[in-house]
Design a protein around this ligand. Structure first.
Ligand code: SF4
Length: 267
């Protein structure tokens, strides 16, 4: 059963659906009793259908100058600062709850092609409410397709970015960096802590990933060595980590440091 945010249920008074639904409801005022009830019920069903259509899970969404890809909701972490539960799987009006139905690679490509035509963009970012490397095959296929479109100059030049928790090698039981390097330009890794104890407390990894901190650092170093256009290691402010100490580690591993603000009540 889809979970809708209350705000998403409040239709704009200027939307065509609003007029249609209210025309139906208004008409019922002129009908006799039994027909009036039926008419009101139809208006309610119409409204639910419109809500579901307008609030369909988004695989592709826009934010700033980027087009973002939400290919999974799965993640081996449960970060204390993760906004997906606090924001009820909504991101600035985009419903990112895939409800267990992850899109196939060809569905992602089709949705992406449709969205890219609509407006200019500077980058395509693998970043939704889940860890993209959980679906490495889909990620690589979509990014490879994007590189193909770039080579054909189908769209103006853009960057391909991966936002990741840095656990992709552990998740996939192999070194993912060479394959990623072929199709991704920029990698943003959530480092989040200055040591494993703090990391565990903040990202709350599931069983099997408890010792992941060193794997995240090794992934960062490996990305730097592989020569991506940019490798960024980030830390979220106000989580209990020491941003200055995290910055030192990020820079020692060869990455640029980015301190991200604590997103909580901004949606
Ligand atoms: S790694 Fe990202 S998606 Fe996973 S719990 Fe942390 S913030 Fe959420």
């Amino acid at each position: 059963m889809p979970v809708f945010k209350t705000s998403a249920l409040n239709h704009s008074a200027t939307s065509p659906c609003f007029y249609f639904i209210n025309f139906g409801a208004g008409l019922s005022a002129f009908l006799p009793g039994r027909w009036r009830c039926a008419s009101v019920q139809i208006a309610i069903i119409q409204k639910e259908v419109f809500m579901k259509t307008e609030n369909r899970p988004k695989v592709v969404y826009r934010f700033g100058e980027g087009v973002y890809l939400n290919i999974t909701n799965r993640c081996p972490n449960l970060c204390a600062f993760c906004i997906k539960t606090k924001w009820h799987m909504d991101f600035h009006g985009n419903n990112l709850n895939l409800q267990g139905r992850e899109p196939s690679a060809s569905e992602v490509v089709a949705a992406l092609d449709e969205e890219l035509k609509k407006a200019p963009f500077k980058e395509v970012v693998f970043c939704g409410y889940g860890e993209p490397t959980m679906r490495l095959d889909v990620l690589l296929f979509v990014a490879q397709t994007l590189k193909g479109w770039m080579a054909q100059a189908k769209y103006p030049p853009f960057k391909i970015r991966l936002n990741t928790n840095g656990l992709g090698n552990l998740i996939n039981h192999k070194d993912t960096v060479p394959e990623l390097r072929r199709v991704v330009d920029v990698v943003n890794v959530s480092l989040n802590a200055e040591n494993e104890t703090v990391w565990r407390r903040i990202v709350r990894p599931e069983e099997g990933y408890e010792n992941g901190y060193e794997a995240v650092r090794a992934f960062i170093r490996s990305c730097v060595a592989a020569g991506f256009d940019k490798v960024v290691a980030s830390c979220v402010d106000q989580t209990g980590a020491d941003p200055k100490a995290v910055q030192k580690i990020a820079e020692a591993d060869g990455a640029q440091f980015y301190l991200r603000s604590f997103l909580d009540a901004q949606n």
